[in-house]
Design a protein around this ligand. Structure first.
Ligand SMILES: NC(=O)c1ccc[n+]([C@@H]2O[C@H](COP(=O)([O-])OP(=O)(O)OC[C@H]3O[C@@H](n4cnc5c(N)ncnc54)[C@H](O)[C@@H]3O)[C@@H](O)[C@H]2O)c1
Length: 424
């Protein structure tokens, strides 16, 4: 690349500053962050400190950033779910290419408006469906397109959210309430809808869905549960959802073991143990999981029919030990099974010896979402350096996943009615 692609970051939170901007630190010849906006001054301080953005190029809101003339080649829109489209429409009018966090919007009308504007301005609008950029799904898709298992017949995918991740994001945290953000099948699983559509290689025709918020509600609170975990809760020792375990003592998630990164970084910028305890005493992440203002589901299943008689099932469940995805695809000549946590795929062509792909050996240099965060950045920087285009996860492809997710939610709310996507 002759010179780096320049970026303005609208929303310098966990995604903007921890997932995408760090690409600049390892690939300065490809990416340079030159401006940013956030309503939290401490995030703008981090933008200056970590990425060298001058104070004069840091703005206190998306509106203030968008009131400036065009400052960069690209705007990353990484604010919250319902803020994306209005900022992206204005940025397209100013001539920016857009890297847009998912979901585009919980409102299908807004998704369509963005598609229109992308077409009208001819700018790139790439949605952050990071899974497509992982070695795991890229190799799987390649095996399927090469016909290694013949014609695809079924796909079964499971999203293991993990009990602590559910508690963090979908009970106590940012995406707990669909009226403020999005329904969980869109918010968390539009990635999975996108992957199913991509792997099927055919449009989705019908969906049907069941699911509910079954566990994380007041009626399930054990006797003696306090409204906050640190306020003398009698059930603390036995409760796996205890906030002190999740954010302080658990070696996989807490500040003592996992350290300053996600999820602790969501409670405080550059967190330490004192900051985490302060957040648990007064903030949302110290609340009892049975006494929050959450309404999103804790488990949901979706049945899907794709063109060409391909049928798929999808399960999203909070109630797993680890955060991972598993998948099984069957075809007329074989089957493939995969576990994203192991980064391994097993191909069984009928009547022939089994073949295992250990993807850890081949692509270990990228981190975040199984390598997807940096994989996306690498692909996006190349796309923009070449002048733009749809890329692997352009807005038109992404809207298909949103239609699938929103139709699934409509089905769930209507007792599992089968919904044809053509008329949705
Ligand atoms: N692609 C993925 O896999 C993935 C993963 C997690 C989250 N997300 C999505 O990314 C988006 C951001 O999530 P996050 O975890 O970074 O959340 P976050 O809350 O950490 O970041 C959002 C940031 O926007 C800022 N903000 C709020 N209002 C603003 C305004 N008017 N102007 C400028 N900044 C403003 C907030 O202060 C915050 O720093 C969400 O839509 C989420 O669904 C995507």
């Amino acid at each position: 690349m002759s010179k780096p692609v320049t970026f303005a970051i609208c929303g310098c939170g966990a995604r903007g500053l921890e997932a995408y901007a760090p690409y600049q630190l390892t690939h300065p010849e490809e990416m340079k962050v030159v401006a940013g906006a956030d309503v939290r001054p401490e995030r703008l301080e981090l933008l200056q400190k970590r990425f060298g953005v001058p104070a004069g190029m840091c703005f206190p809101s998306d509106e203030a950033l968008l009131a400036q003339p065009k400052l960069a080649d690209v705007m990353i829109v990484s604010t919250q779910d319902r803020q994306h489209v209005s900022a992206a429409l204005k940025a397209l009018d100013k001539g920016y290419h857009i890297l847009l966090e998912k979901p585009i919007s919980p409102d299908l009308g807004q998704c369509r408006a963005l598609q229109e504007k992308a077409r009208e301005t001819g700018r790139a609008v790439v949605v952050c469906h990071v899974l497509r950029y992982t070695k795991f799904y890229a190799v799987l898709e390649d095996l399927l397109r090469r016909g290694e298992i013949g014609k695809i017949e079924t796909i079964d995918a499971i999203e293991h959210v993990a009990y602590w991740h559910q508690a963090h994001s979908f009970v106590r945290g940012n995406w707990r309430n669909s009226s403020e953000t999005s329904p969980m099948i869109l918010q968390k699983s539009c990635h999975d809808m996108d992957i199913l559509r991509w792997l099927a290689g055919a449009p989705c025709l019908k969906v049907q869905s069941f699911g509910s918020l079954d566990y994380f509600k007041a009626e399930n609170a054990p006797q003696g549960a306090a409204p906050r975990c640190l306020d003398g809760c009698a059930c603390k020792d036995a409760c796996p959802y205890d906030a002190e375990k999740i954010y302080v003592t658990d070696p996989r998630t807490g500040i003592r073991g996992r350290g300053k990164g996600w999820p602790c970084a969501v409670l405080a910028s550059e967190p330490d143990e004192d900051k985490i305890y302060a957040a648990l005493r007064t903030g949302p992440y110290g609340r009892c999981v049975f006494h929050c203002d959450n309404n999103v589901v804790d488990h949901q299943t979706v049945n899907l029919e794709f063109e060409g008689n391909i049928h798929a099932t999808f399960t999203m469940t909070a109630f797993t030990q680890d955060c991972r995805r598993t998948i099984k695809v069957t075809g007329t000549l074989g089957e493939i099974e995969g576990d994203m946590a192991k980064n391994a795929l097993t191909l069984r062509r009928f009547g022939r010896p089994e073949e295992t792909f250990d993807l850890n050996e081949e692509g270990g240099q990228f981190s975040g979402h199984g390598g997807g965060d940096f994989g996306l950045m690498a692909s996006f920087c190349r796309l923009i350096a070449r002048g733009g285009g749809a890329g692997l996860t352009g807005v038109d492809a992404s809207v298909e996943s949103h239609v699938m997710a929103l139709a699934a939610e409509a089905s769930r709310l209507d007792g599992g009615r089968t919904i044809a996507l053509a008329g949705f």
